[in-house]
Design a protein around this ligand. Structure first.
Ligand SMILES: O=C(O)CCC(=O)C(=O)O
Ligand SMILES: [Fe+2]
Length: 317
């Protein structure tokens, strides 16, 4: 079967993505499981597929994270980044500062990353959505926009139960229009499931990237989902659910300007990222009883010291 939308398919989802989610929310509210503010946040998340909190992360926490980011080069070989400079997938960091590439899973070695992406307020909201504690399992620290085209994270961020996924996008500076700000189609989490030629929701490596992008955009426009751009301020937190269609808004010249943001993907701790099938990356590091961390790049649990990534053939020094 060629890739495309399948209106007949139904998969287990977060309760917030079920058709009767508002009834379920009424139950949580009536029994005192959520307060007024949380009920409002959940209602917005249910209806729109996203939620934004203004200035939810304390300035000092963000500043510490950014300071640590600018010091990564003092520990060469400990951090994994993209390698757009050489047209490759990944590299280990070197001894000189890098202000362009995106860094993966900084929560493994930086307490300042954990404090931001597993902020107690974030962990609490995710626990309500998951009805389990959150497991953060994939993070990208963007220094500039990578120019991602339209996608749903379910295509690239793979959980054993694919719809049990939420992400945050946390602004580490005031985001300037034209620098590739996050953009999304409001309500697009309600599209029918997009199924690749492999019969799954994750990208099959065969369908052309352009076709996928065009299919998503055409369907969102046909349904008249409003197009929105996130001009976030430092400390703002944006949540989105598994299938919300989003991208980097195209940059205006000059490209490559700073757009400091931390994106983290979470699943309920009762689920598992697909790579838990490999023994050496299956570990979970608990975090103050509010959540946990896993990483496909490092062997956890071990947050008591700074650790190196598991060596693989596809890193370049
Ligand atoms: O920050 C962006 O522009 C998009 C990031 C994204 O889509 C992701 O990491 O899932
Ligand atoms: Fe994404």
């Amino acid at each position: 079967m060629p890739a495309g939308f399948n209106p007949d398919l139904s998969l287990p989802t977060l309760w917030t993505d079920t058709p009767n989610a508002m009834d379920r929310l009424r139950g949580l509210y009536a029994t005192g499981s959520v307060d007024d503010g949380e009920a409002g946040d959940l209602a917005h998340f249910i209806e729109h597929g996203w939620l934004v909190w203004d200035k939810a992360i304390e300035e000092a926490a963000i500043d510490q994270f950014v300071a640590d980011l600018h010091n990564l080069h003092t520990q060469p070989g400990y951090y994994v980044s993209t390698d757009f400079a050489h047209g490759r997938a990944k590299r280990l960091n070197g001894p000189t500062p890098d202000r362009k590439e995106s860094f993966f899973d900084l929560y493994v070695n930086l307490q300042s990353s954990r404090a931001v992406c597993m902020h107690p307020r974030i962990a609490r909201f995710l626990s309500l959505v998951f009805q389990a504690k959150p497991l953060a399992f994939q993070q990208l620290l963007f220094q500039t926009s990578n120019g991602h085209g339209w996608h749903q994270d379910t295509a690239y961020v793979v959980v054993d139960s694919p719809m049990l996924l939420v992400a945050t996008w946390i602004a580490l500076e005031d985001i300037v229009e034209g620098t590739g700000e996050l953009a999304f189609y409001d309500g697009s989490q309600r599209l029918p499931h997009y199924i690749f030629a492999n019969g799954r929701k994750h990208y099959d490596g065969e369908t052309s990237g352009e076709q996928y992008v065009e299919d998503l955009e055409r369907e969102c426009q046909a349904r008249q989902f409003p197009y929105r751009r996130l001009l976030a301020k430092k400390g703002d937190v944006f949540f989105w659910t598994a299938d919300l269609v989003h991208r980097s808004h195209p940059q205006t010249p000059p490209g490559g300007r700073s757009r400091l943001a931390c994106v983290t993907h979470y699943c309920p701790a009762t689920s598992a990222p697909h790579w838990f099938s490999q023994d050496d990356t299956r570990g979970i590091e608990p975090y103050f009883h509010i959540g946990g961390f896993a990483s496909s790049l490092y062997k956890l649990p071990n947050l008591s010291q700074v650790i190196r990534p598991i060596p693989t053939w596809d890193y370049y020094e």
